[in-house]
Design a binder for this molecule. Structure first.
Ligand code: HEC
Ligand code: HEC
Length: 229
């Protein structure tokens, strides 16, 4: 979604002048219609103001765990911000269909119509992910394993994200460890060819790779870099 369209749709509440109790411009009585009008005026001409789009993504059932900005509230929960939109939609669809067994019941109950707007919302979030505490010796060991086994698909130290491969850089450490073990244990189905990369890796190896990903800066997600595969 182009940035201008997104700006027009989502962050009304983030514009302080538009809050009824904030000092600043007022256009008639504060109210949704006036706030929308004021937003349209502020954005000015040239902005695609698409009336038919919903006012905000339906994320109210997600924010307790994933936050409104996609930063996980608790360790063990993935950060969703900056993840490629198509990847988020794929993951939500696989929870809904049960092909990725959802640990959280709400994942199975996401309405089909919510998938696209929610994926678009979280993909656009720009907050920097907070870094988990990592151990330098594990990061170093993980880096070597990553380069030999994982780097062909999770390019740029896991900082790249596309419709297939998730943004792993600065992902929550405990979430990463749990997912790697779930793949290995067969609880989560390996994507195409990833099983070969995991062959003979011990839990300690996987933990080291998780430390490596978790220690990366989350910069420039979705830069469109091509995967080497
Ligand atoms: C009770 C907490 C909780 C709620 C509420 C919740 N999630 Fe999650 N979510 C998790 C946890 C924990 C995981 C990781 C475990 C798993 O894979 O099941 C996860 C995983 C995900 C993933 C996979 C991310 C990845 O990197 O693969 C997506 C996408 C997601 N949630 C979207 C949502 C959306 C959209 C909503 C709201 C409709 C939502 N979640 C509500 C806790 C929650
Ligand atoms: C052949 C390409 C490929 C290789 C090699 C590969 N991966 Fe993946 N990986 C993927 C794809 C594609 C996904 C998306 C998973 C899905 O669709 O369920 C993924 C998902 C993951 C996830 C889940 C992230 C999330 O939030 O859902 C983790 C963790 C992961 N890979 C770790 C690794 C590690 C560690 C290695 C090296 C030992 C590795 N991968 C090697 C392609 C690959």
């Amino acid at each position: 979604m182009p940035a201008t369209e997104y700006q027009a749709v989502v962050p009304l509440a983030a514009v302080p002048e538009l809050n009824s109790d904030a000092p600043g411009i007022r256009i008639g009585k504060p109210g949704l219609v006036n706030r929308l009008l004021a937003a349209a005026l502020l954005l000015g001409p040239g902005v695609a103001w698409t009336q038919e789009k919903p006012a905000a993504a339906p994320i109210s059932t997600c924010i307790d765990c994933h936050g409104a900005n996609g930063i996980a509230v608790d360790s063990g929960t993935p950060h969703l911000n900056g993840q490629a939109e198509a990847l988020l939609a794929n993951m939500m669809d696989s929870f809904r269909r049960g092909t990725r067994p959802p640990k959280v019941r709400i994942h199975r109950e996401i309405p089909a119509a919510d998938v696209a707007p929610v994926a678009a919302h979280y993909a656009q979030q720009k907050a920097q992910r907070p870094k988990s505490a990592t151990k330098p010796e594990l990061v170093a060991r993980g880096e070597t394993l990553y380069q030999n086994r994982c780097g062909d698909c999770h390019v740029d130290n896991g900082r790249d994200s596309d419709k297939e491969a998730p943004l792993l850089a600065a992902q929550d450490l405990n979430y990463l460890i749990a997912q790697m073990k779930a793949f290995k244990a067969g609880e989560r189905k390996f994507p195409f060819l990833m099983d070969g990369a995991y062959r003979d890796l011990s839990d300690e190896d996987l933990t080291a790779i998780a430390h490596f990903f978790a220690a990366q800066d989350q910069v420039a997600p979705q830069t469109g870099r091509k995967r080497r595969r």
